[in-house]
Design a protein around this ligand. Structure first.
Ligand code: DSN
Length: 425
């Protein structure tokens, strides 16, 4: 027996699966989990509780949970070549809150980027930074190369002497110049915090930058963007003092989590095991694809930012679509053509509601096997929408292109259907 409401919900979710199979998904913060990782989400771990660290729990029943979590912590330390890992934050923002609670008191100064420069919402006064009541100060930023102004940043750091210097963006095109800032970090004795959410998979694969070898003390992250794991979070640290490690553990539990979504933690453990094998190849292809997409769009008269710098060194590109009606209009038109992306503020924008840009990420298209030649086809489809080709017509061509790219790659179940709905009844 199954009632109408349950059937209705199920049909909607199935319809979503089918729709995404026929879409070109380019939200830069999403990805597809491997089937092996997804299996963990419907395991009995989903129904259980664990509080505290493996071996020091407040509940019984965690014999296997402890083994999985300990192994996952070990794999995370190995993959990111660091000596601290905590896999309990249930999202990237929760990981960020844990860092704030561990390393800053209300009133402390934290340096960070501004939202219009691509910073994450949690760094805003109305986000997690505001909840912790820290005083945030923004770095000087060069719009032309979408990166920090090195001399200005050194000057600012010396002036405000932050307790914590925070880096990492949601429009994360180029690595921040950490090496150039390393001496200043040492001189002022600040904690260096890197929000790796967007680029975690690239770092795992040896692309973009190596934060722990460039002066970073603590890295917070979500685990489902370029790192193709579950919707979850993670903290990593290197050469922290014992008191700092304890402060992070305490901030995670009982600070900002109770139980920590054990099924997602197990899915993250599987993804770590897979990424030890596939991260290098996947990350390299992802970056090649985003640069190819930038080039092909630019050649078609679409204003991709930073042409002189090869558009990007990550999975994402930023595009100024003001001449085509602005980010809101173009993102909606693209959705009507089954191309999914988000409107995005560019540095010169003042309104988050009516921004002039869109952000395009290629990590999911790479995950289903697309390479540089397909990026040219995707660019052509995006350019046609920008130039007001009827969306219904473009949509048919989107479906045709996607038909050959519905299988998951760079994981142990290579070639299995990526958008499959697991039928239970
Ligand atoms: N807001 C997400 C993004 O799309 O970048 C990150 O949490």
């Amino acid at each position: 027996m199954i009632n109408q409401e349950a059937l209705w919900i199920r049909d909607k979710v199935k319809a979503h699966n089918k729709w995404f199979e026929e879409c070109i998904p380019m939200i830069a913060s999403e990805n597809l989990m491997s089937p092996l990782a997804k299996e963990m989400l419907i395991s009995d771990f989903a129904d259980r509780y664990a509080e505290g660290l493996p071996g020091k729990r407040y509940y019984q029943g965690n014999i296997y949970v402890d083994q999985v979590e300990s192994k996952a912590m070990e794999m995370a330390r190995e993959l990111f070549e660091c000596n601290f890992a905590d896999l309990r934050p249930i999202s990237g923002t929760v990981a960020n809150m844990a860092v704030l609670f561990a390393f800053a008191e209300p009133g402390d100064v934290i340096t960070t980027c501004a939202l219009a420069q691509g910073a994450h919402i949690s760094t805003a006064k109305f986000g997690a930074f505001g909840l912790r009541a820290v005083e945030s100060v923004n770095y000087p930023f060069n719009e032309s190369d979408m990166n920090l102004d090195v001399d200005g940043t050194i000057k600012l750091l010396n002036e405000v002497k932050p307790k914590v210097a925070q880096f990492g963006l949601s429009v994360f095109l180029f690595p921040p110049p950490l090496k150039e800032l390393q001496d200043t970090f040492q001189e002022i004795g600040c904690t260096v915090w890197y929000d790796a959410a967007h680029v975690l998979g690239l770092i795992a694969g040896g692309q973009f930058q190596d934060p722990f070898r460039e002066g970073v003390n603590v890295m917070s992250s979500s685990t489902h963007k370029t790192f193709p794991g579950p919707n979850h979070g993670m903290l990593l640290g290197h050469n922290l003092e014992e008191e700092q490690e304890k402060a992070l553990y305490r901030a995670v539990f009982p600070g900002v989590t109770s139980s920590h979504h054990l099924h997602a933690m197990a899915a993250l453990a599987i993804t770590l095991a897979e990424q030890k094998v596939f991260a290098k190849e996947y990350a390299a292809q992802t970056v090649k694809n985003s640069r190819a997409l930038g080039e092909a769009l630019y050649e078609r008269g679409v204003d991709v930012l930073c042409p002189d710098l090869g558009f990007t060194r990550s999975h994402a590109i930023a595009v100024d679509v003001s001449k085509f009606g602005g980010g809101k209009t173009v993102a909606q038109d693209l959705e009507d053509a089954n191309i999914i992306c988000n409107k995005n503020m560019l540095p010169s924008d003042t309104s988050a509601i009516k921004p002039s840009g869109i952000r395009l990420g290629v990590q999911e298209l790479t995950r289903v096997g697309m390479k540089e030649s397909e990026m040219v086809q995707v660019a052509e489809l995006v350019a046609r929408v920008c130039n007001k080709d009827p969306t219904a017509k473009v949509k048919e061509d989107v479906k045709e292109l996607k038909r050959n790219f519905t299988k998951i790659r760079y994981c142990f179940n290579d070639g299995e259907e990526a958008y499959r709905f697991h039928e239970l009844v």
